[in-house]
Design a protein around this ligand. Sequence first.
Ligand SMILES: [Zn+2]
Length: 373
Amino acid sequence: MLWIVSIIWGLLIPALFLFTGLSARIRNWAEHLGRKWFFVIGIYFVIFSVITFVIDLPLSYYAGYVREHAYGLSNQTLGKWFGDALKGLLVGLITGALFLWVPYLLLKKSPHRWWLYTGLLAIPFLFLLILIQPIWIDPLFNKSGPMKDKTLEGSILRLAERAGIEGSRVYEVEKSEDTKALYAYVTGFGDTKRIVLWDTTIARLNEPELLSVMAHEMGHYMLGHIWKQILFFSVLIMATLYAIHRTANRLINKYKARFGFDQLSDIASLPLLILLCSLYILIITPIDLAYMRHHEREANRFGLEITMNNHAAATASVKLQTENLGVPRPGTLYKLWRASHPTLEERIDFCNSYRPWEKKEPLVYGEMFREQK
Ligand SMILES: [Zn+2]
């Protein structure tokens, strides 16, 4: 229900900005304050974001704080929740003020091809985001440091070496102040390459389970799933931008009197871009999720092949699902629009039955594994 409400909300609010002429009025303020084109864009974005942040606050408080506590998933104090929300807003404001002028410049200079250039530029931008997130963004929200349990760290690093991930470090994130949910991932590249574990995960899983989770995450890393996701998503974004390009101008022509702008390159069009983007993303979501589930299955295969510990992988899946209160038997709507992972049933069946090594069959990813030194 919350998901449906938030989707409708996410379409309704930008529509209100447009049809009441509020967006055009914000642009007027921004022009008055900023004068120069570049500053007008930045000031509009700041005013727009702060107003939407305030309007969204009740819903985000209910979804992110009230419900999380009602289900016993959250350890957050109200102060920490609100502080994190403000930090999130600030990160968004800085990122937007720094980069939003790019698509608007393209809209101005190339009204017919802007969607193509914006889509192409989104690729390096997303790569940059992935690169700086673990070092600049994540530390704003939670403390992290080297792993406390050195024996366990040694086992994880040995597994990483066998998986072909060398010279990485293991970070333990103090996430238990926020949540009871479990999570682990491998991220970054080059100097920012790191294996990250939430302290909740370390506390709840035994060593074989933890290693099977890590083997799965290392699978994502070694199989290049992050990069493939970015490229795949960029293609979908390009299609979305093209669809926006085709529809936005028609809407502007029809409603320009109410909107208070007659060009898409006018910064007052931001709510229109957001509205159409949310609408089209709804259409591409099932495609992207199906691709993600494919990667999840391959990471499961990678994890089983390297650990050969079917039972630990299965019990770890159960624990993750139970602790995170995942939906055990999702319906069709949930599967199509929400499920980034195969169902628990599918995962356990696969964990129990996938044993090519017992039948002396070749491993799919065996070539990638290295001998232990
Ligand atoms: Zn995964």
